[in-house]
Design a protein around this ligand. Structure first.
Ligand code: BGC
Length: 770
């Protein structure tokens, strides 16, 4: 207080800022901006992680105040009491590794991947996980976690889908908002990313995504809109790609007109990690901060101001927003972090929560939970080399990963010894082979990522069938940043995998023993051609560091899986209309602009026909539909009640556990619009809710709120959100194909809301007709 008074006196007596006495506070930001030199301002807008580019040496003038292993930091201006702040990846947990002065490793909890979280359909659960991730961020001395990843699953072949939530924007937005609320409840920031339409990894830093205004507004921006409005993230990350022309990072229509003017975002936008681009365009667009940052960007910005290519007013707006962010951070409030978050408690949380997002795809004759099983024949490389998460910046440096074998052993189940040894040796051999074949540097793809499944001879399988009570086969997939997936041997199962499923089912079924398939994957795989064979299929995703324990908890019925698909499992990858306009076969494009379709530019010819919006509308069979998932128990739905309230409707439905096991049920609310308005998908998800753990016989009333705005589609001819008047059918589904009840809502007067005519596609889209 004394300092404040002295500072104020100095200021008022001299009539100018006395820099000695001026320190940043939440209420003197304008004053600080006035006191800053241009160099100081520009340095605040550019991170300084030159070491990432190999240029950072000890003698550099910028102090390495942060853990060099975190992804980035903003610079300090000590003269004005502006601290540096730290930014760390990523969606499945805070990525913090070491301290410069200390050889000790600091691990973070490896939580389940984004796709699993979305399949939980449980916003409270996701908020709790966000809280834990935010707590680790805080306790490791970091200010922002670069998460959640929330791009739409446009195609199952996108390499980074594991980090993202869903093919549906409402589910994406609500889950992201819960995650952000959880993280930020710790007084650290979240950073939803990558804004926007970062739908492919191929040529991700250059590709021009050409999207109709309607698809943009309804599909690709909607999730961000919901998250911004419902959870007020401190920061947002602009993506690498171009969108309808300019890079998103240089696009004022996206970063200012839509994000700030229309949605009311009041945080900072930081760029995804890229070198020098058009800095003046970035700052003018409202991209407040450039990461990871290099001297060239600082010099360029200074030059742009001095040559009048960028106004001081533009700089000042971004500086002000940066200061507004900084005053919220732990570094600003000098939080004494412990370097010691409660990793044990978080391990328990990840173990339990993973089971809520696992999806039981098949369970014939109640094959699961396993009963009377003592010895398991455990097949599949990933049973022993389990994938807790995906690759790239979303990979958490976790203390350990529990694999399937350890998970079974922890539950006092035996696995057959010779099989264990066979896989161990095969994995070692493959690792060494990959190392030899590829040299030392593996980039994002470690030597383990692309180990092909081990062929197992029929004799071995027959012997195992005699020795064990059940066969468990884990099918694994690894993918991530920088590369899209292929259809062959990735989306599709390999010949070795298909043969293994066949041979296991032949041998074990001959002895009346079951075969369980566990999918330890980060993205959708083909299931239609083989799903009839095994007795049960559990989609375990990449469930975090406790993975093996979480899967075994489900297999043994200690946890009842309650996940439902947040994305469609199509019959073939090509069934998605987007596959016709997606870089197939894992093409990892080079930089440059040679006009290569799907590499230099990608036409979203399918428009809004993403996922179930397409399959359900044209009645195209899928392998497992959106929203689908089995349970060890059953639920009955009462007749729903739908009531108009001012500006929308409220709905309730009672759900009762009519089985013998405790469980949770998520209910999806879909709406079919009346004829007469814009052409719409047959139905669209507008809300969802999940019960608490219901004991047998117990019931719960779930509640849903939908506004007239939520019902609207985007009319390009008037640049408005429009809900046609008429009768809306409100359906309550256990999945999109399993509607258990319906009501209706009468909208007596058309709803419209006009917005700005921005982000027009720069090329003819020639949208597909179905
Ligand atoms: C990724 C971001 C990540 C950043 C920092 C980029 O390559 O696209 O998601 O947050 O690196 O690691």
């Amino acid at each position: 207080m004394k300092n404040l008074i002295v500072g104020a006196l100095l200021f008022s007596c001299t009539g100018q800022v006395n820099a000695q006495s001026l320190n940043l506070r939440a209420d003197n930001i304008d004053q600080i901006v006035k006191a800053m030199t241009l160099e100081e301002k520009v340095n605040l807008l550019v991170g300084r992680n030159d070491y990432l580019f190999g240029g950072y040496e000890e003698q550099d003038t910028v102090p390495r105040v942060m853990d060099p292993n975190i992804s980035g930091f903003t610079q300090a201006v000590s003269r004005l009491g502006i601290p540096a702040t730290g930014l760390a990846d990523g969606p499945a947990g805070a990525v913090v590794v070491t301290r410069p002065d200390n050889k000790k490793s600091y691990y973070a909890t490896g939580f389940p991947i984004g796709s699993l979280l979305a399949c939980s359909w449980n916003v409270e659960l996701v908020e709790t996980i966000g809280q834990a991730i935010g707590n680790e961020t805080l306790e490791y001395g970091v200010d922002v976690v670069l998460a959640p990843g929330m791009n739409i699953h446009r195609s199952p072949l996108c390499g980074r889908n594991y980090e993202y939530f869903s093919e549906d924007p409402v589910l994406t937005g609500k889950i992201a908002a819960a995650y952000i609320r959880g993280v930020q409840s710790n007084g650290v920031g979240a950073c939803p990313k990558h804004f926007a339409v970062n739908s492919q990894e191929t040529n991700r830093t250059e590709v021009n995504e050409i999207v109709s205004q309607r698809a943009l507004r309804e599909i690709y921006l909607k999730g961000f809109e919901i998250a911004v409005k419902e959870s007020h993230p401190w920061t947002i990350m602009s993506s690498y790609n171009r969108l309808n022309g300019p890079y998103t990072q240089e696009n004022r229509e996206l970063l200012t007109t839509i994000l700030r003017d229309e949605w009311g975002f009041d945080g900072i936008v930081m760029s995804d990690w890229i070198r020098l681009r058009n800095t003046a365009a970035q700052i003018h667009a409202g991209n407040d901060h450039l990461q990871p940052g290099e001297q060239k960007q600082v010099d360029d910005l200074l030059d742009k101001v001095k040559t009048n290519q960028l106004s001081i007013a533009d700089i000042d707006i971004c500086v002000k927003r940066m200061l507004g962010y900084i005053v919220k951070t732990p570094h600003f409030r000098e939080y004494k972090y412990s370097d010691n978050p409660d990793l044990k408690a978080h391990a328990i949380l990840t173990r339990q929560s993973a089971a809520e997002g696992m999806v039981l795809l098949k369970n014939d004759n109640a094959a699961l939970p396993l009963k009377g099983v003592k010895k398991v024949a455990l097949f599949g490389c990933t049973s022993y080399n389990f994938w807790a998460g995906g690759t790239g910046s979303g990979n958490v440096v976790k203390p350990y990963v529990v694999n399937m074998q350890q998970g079974l052993n922890n539950a006092e189940l035996e696995t057959t010894g010779n099989l264990r040894e066979l896989y161990a040796r095969y994995l070692d051999y493959q690792r060494i082979k990959n190392r030899c074949d590829r040299g030392k540097s593996h980039g994002y793809y470690s030597e383990e990522s692309d180990i092909q499944e081990m062929p197992v001879g029929k004799d071995c399988i027959t012997y195992q069938a005699k020795e064990a009570d059940v066969a468990i086969l884990t099918i694994g997939r690894q993918a991530g940043e920088g590369k899209d997936r292929t259809i062959e041997n990735d989306f599709n199962l390999s010949e070795v995998e298909l043969k293994l499923i066949n041979d296991l089912c032949d041998a074990f079924h001959a002895l009346d023993k079951k075969v369980i398939v566990v999918l330890n994957v980060g993205g959708v795989v083909e299931t239609a051609s083989w799903k009839s064979l095994p007795d049960a299929i559990l989609l375990a995703w990449q469930p975090g560091q406790e993975g093996g324990n979480s899967v075994v908890d489900v297999l043994l019925g200690k946890e009842n899986p309650s996940g439902k698909l947040a994305m469609t499992f199509p019959v073939t990858a090509m069934d998605h209309p987007s596959s016709r306009n997606f870089p197939l076969n894992g093409y990892s494009g080079q930089r440059g602009s040679n006009g290569r379709e799907n590499v230099d530019y990608t036409l979203h010819k399918e428009g809004i026909n993403i996922g179930y919006r397409y399959f359900n509308t044209v009645n195209k069979p899928v392998s497992y539909p959106f929203g689908y998932g089995l349970s060890y128990t059953e639920f009955a739905y009462d007749a729903p009640v739908v009531k108009a309230v001012g500006g929308g409707f409220k709905a309730t439905i009672r759900v009762k556990n009519i089985g013998k096991t405790a469980g949770r049920e998520s209910v999806q609310l879909y709406v079919s619009a009346p004829a007469g308005g814009l052409e719409k998908p047959a139905c669209e998800l507008k809300a969802f809710a999940k019960t608490k753990l219901l004991q047998p016989g117990e019931s719960e009333v779930l509640m849903f709120n939908v506004s007239d705005y939520d019902l609207a589609s985007f009319d390009e001819s008037t640049q408005s959100w429009v809900s046609a008047k008429g009768k809306y059918l409100v359906k309550f589904g256990a999945s999109i194909e399993d509607i258990r009840g319906a009501g209706s809502y009468q909208l007596s007067k058309e709803f419209t809301e006009k917005v700005n005519d921005v982000l027009k596609p720069t090329m003819a889209l020639d949208e597909l007709k179905f």
